[in-house]
Design a protein around this ligand. Sequence first.
Ligand code: HEC
Length: 139
Amino acid sequence: MRWGPSSLCLFAASAGCGLETASEADPRTDALQGRAFFERDCAACHGADGKGGGTASLGLGVAPPDLTRFTKLNDGVFPRDRIMSTIDGFNRQTHWENPMPVFGDESLGAVVQIEENGISTPVPADLLALATYLESIQE
Ligand code: HEC
């Protein structure tokens, strides 16, 4: 798993590590920001409501899935780390012939630290914003 404790900055986080800490109120990573990214980069395929059926998905071969059902399908817990890894391409298999573009680290904005179970992990801000937005549209 990519967002785990193998991070180089793990122990240096409190000492700065040259990175900023994201709080829940950070406007760079909140759902509103994520929504803006979603409309720009994702809605064409996944639809404005995230349920699939965007016009660019026509003729893709693989239909973009409904993005509002992750929590329901995961026993009521939004699988944030898995979703972030899927978006940035990290957990995709090389043989996965996926028409969805990889949104790699360079295109995902400045890196911010998130705190989870007392562990600080660096995550691209835009990726976090997208995950926060997707979490907010779960049904
Ligand atoms: C070119 C069309 C296209 C664009 C643009 C696109 N996607 Fe996708 N996405 C797909 C398709 C098709 C799949 C299904 C891939 C598969 O299952 O093989 C997918 C799968 C996913 C999944 C995995 C769902 C699961 O069940 O694990 C997530 C999460 C996701 N997309 C989020 C996003 C986000 C967030 C963006 C914008 C940053 C985005 N997608 C942009 C077409 C697209």
